[in-house]
Design a protein. Structure first.
Length: 254
């Protein structure tokens, strides 16, 4: 069955035709031999097509100014969510947060450059009929030139049946916005994930110095008790949008 590869450059088209699974491996996605070809080609579009300031662009053509302070100094913000039937979940709240984060960090981004719910849906539906995880990024730019605003997508990961967790005291203080907010300075979280993986765990529960649970390394937390649900307080560092939307709060001592 022929697939539409007009979005790909001639060189990429040749690689996809020869070995699509190898192309996906280059993007960090391993597909098994039992995955249908149409799903593989969905994954190829998802991993290779970006939304850049309102235009769909191949990842091969994407570039960022070498002097952009997002690249040089981590001066950038981002938001991520999944889609539900092609629509980004709680998108207005994510847009509010990325605008607020940019303002706190002194990153000047014209609000009209951020994609609306409709623009995100159009981008996603052009990639795949399946739901995906999207990430919106905005870099600070350089003196005299604005930064980039772009969006990428990734396939949804299957939900694990169970997870093994370890606790990790969060080394982030409330006065450090570049580490508290969703910025390009995310290396601390990546190091935490690597340490728990090295110890054969799936994720980490982040704790404050008093050993109250803040969040997971890359997930929101809801705890169900007999008398209801509890999630970290709204003032907790890095609290996720779903937690804030739920309007419930509390603290849980590990």
């Amino acid at each position: 069955m022929p697939y539409d590869l007009t979005w790909a450059s001639p060189a990429l088209r040749e690689r996809i035709t020869a070995d699509p699974a190898a192309v996906l491996r280059d993007r960090g996605l391993n597909t098994g031999p039992d995955i249908p070809p149409e799903i593989v080609h969905d994954f190829l579009r998802v991993t290779h097509l970006l939304w850049v300031d309102g235009q769909i662009q191949s990842i091969e053509d994407f570039h960022i100014d070498p002097s952009d302070e997002g690249l040089l100094f981590g001066r950038g913000v981002w938001e991520s969510t999944r889609t539900v039937n092609g629509s980004p979940w709680l998108w207005p709240l994510h847009l509010d947060r990325i605008r607020q984060s940019a303002q706190v960090l002194g990153i000047n981004v014209d609000p009209s450059r951020y994609p609306s719910t409709e623009q995100v849906s159009a981008y996603v539906k052009g990639l795949s009929p399946h739901d995906v995880v999207i990430r919106l990024n905005a870099s600070a730019g350089r003196p005299g030139a604005p930064g980039k605003v772009w969006m990428s997508a990734a396939p949804m990961q299957p939900h694990p049946v169970a997870m093994r967790l370890r606790t990790h005291v969060q080394p982030v203080l409330k006065g450090q916005p570049y580490l508290l907010l969703k910025t390009f300075q995310y290396a601390t979280r990546l190091r935490i994930n690597q340490s728990v993986a090295d110890a054969n765990f799936d994720s980490a529960l982040m704790l404050d110095p008093e050993h109250n649970v803040l969040e997971a390394a890359h997930a929101n937390i809801f705890l169900k008790f007999a008398d209801g649900w509890v999630t970290p307080r709204r003032s907790s560092p890095g609290q996720g949008i779903p937690n804030a939307k739920a309007g419930i709060g509390g603290s849980y001592h590990a």
